[in-house]
Ligand binder design. Structure first.
Ligand code: TXA
Ligand code: MG
Length: 331
């Protein structure tokens, strides 16, 4: 059921959950300071409790009320409002259900105008993971949220997400960052801000960054280095399979398939916007397989490839034996 901004605000302030738009993906929001409300997020998503949630706030001044700011926050905050999540020590005021008991909390100031208006109205940190069931593709429009939860959740409609991939997550040290998840912003953007980028310590990984993640309903096969072999074998594709080709810059499938262009012109931002939208469309149009190639490893292309690799890495989801032999794991 779609709701307007005032209703969404009332729902949140009365301790319930509502799906909200952001510029990255839709989030399933609750008042982060109300553990009973936050619990509803975990239940609706069937999300394990050890997987912590991002707190959304309307500006950096509000973020500072809940964290011990590291020195580099000022510089990083120049990317706010926007698709950047900063992991830093909280000051004890964020319930442990939100942080999964960690001394670190993830904070983000989103740039979607409706999200900002809502955050300013409720003036509470909003805990919001992506508005999908645990382990599935993040929704990039209100209709995807409604289908995912079979209409059981109130949704504040803010149109199609302009970024289309989840935010970049960095761990903020005093004067350096470690990237835990690529999104629109990548190492180059942080280096351009004068920050050192260091590999994350072994024990600090975003718990949701397990490989089996972002699984589209339709099995995805990634063509990479073994493309030549795949092309020759592809001539024998089961003629009954309905295959979607995820193309980029006019690339053509090596077999009979319906072509979906991530971006005809080779624009990586357009490709990012289309990725989850196409996954959803391919599921609705009942394709048997999605076959994709990686896009150039630069800028947001790094995040697109990350999501493609994770999408391809589902065990046992390929029924067709011949196709399963072509799957290239852990590329
Ligand atoms: O773009 C986004 O980030 C969207 C929108 C709604 O803001 N949110 C989102 O949330 O993608 P979620 O929960 O689907 O992904 C957040 C990731 C998870 O992998 C989670 O484990 C990690 O951030 N995370 C959150 N809080 C953390 C913490 N305190 N320590 C380590 N990882 C954390
Ligand atoms: Mg998610």
């Amino acid at each position: 059921m779609k709701v307007d901004l005032n209703t969404a605000s009332d729902i949140l302030l009365s301790g319930n959950i509502v799906a909200i738009p952001t510029e990255t993906v839709y989030g399933l929001a609750a008042d982060a300071l109300n553990p009973d409300a936050v619990l509803q997020i975990f239940e609706a998503k069937k999300r394990p409790r050890f997987n912590p949630l991002i707190c959304h706030l309307p500006d950096v001044a509000d973020v500072k009320k809940y964290c011990h700011p590291p020195a580099c926050l000022e510089v990083l905050a120049s990317l706010w409002p926007g698709p950047l999540t900063i992991l830093m020590p909280h000051n004890g005021s964020i319930p442990s259900l939100v942080t999964a008991g960690s001394s670190l909390c993830a904070f983000r100031v989103p740039s979607h105008p409706i999200a900002l208006e809502l955050l300013k109205k409720v003036r509470r940190p909003l805990a919001a993971p992506s508005a999908n069931k645990s382990g599935r593709v993040s929704p990039v429009n209100a209709e995807m949220v409604e289908r995912e939860f079979r209409g059981s959740l109130p949704v504040l409609d803010g149109g199609q997400c302009s970024v289309g991939l989840e935010s970049t997550i960095v761990l903020a040290n005093e004067d350096s960052v470690s990237i835990l998840r690529n999104g629109k912003y990548t190492a180059l953007d942080f280096e351009n801000l004068g920050l050192k980028v260091e590999p994350p310590a072994e024990d600090i990984r975003a718990p949701g960054q397990m490989l089996r993640h972002y699984a589209p309903e339709v099995p995805l096969i990634l063509l990479t280095v073994e493309r030549k072999r795949v092309e020759s074998e592809a001539m024998h594709v089961d003629a009954k399979s309905k295959i979607a080709w995820l193309g980029f810059r006019g690339s053509k499938p090596p077999f009979d398939a319906q072509v979906f262009e991530l971006s005809q012109s080779g624009d990586l931002h357009e490709a990012a916007r289309n990725l989850f939208f196409y996954f959803d469309r391919m599921a609705r149009e009942r394709f048997d397989y999605i076959v994709a190639e990686l896009v150039p490893e630069e800028g947001i292309g790094l995040a697109i490839n990350d999501r493609l690799r994770r999408a391809a890495d589902m065990e046992g989801n390929v029924q067709n034996e011949r196709l399963s032999a072509w799957r290239i794991m852990h590329v």
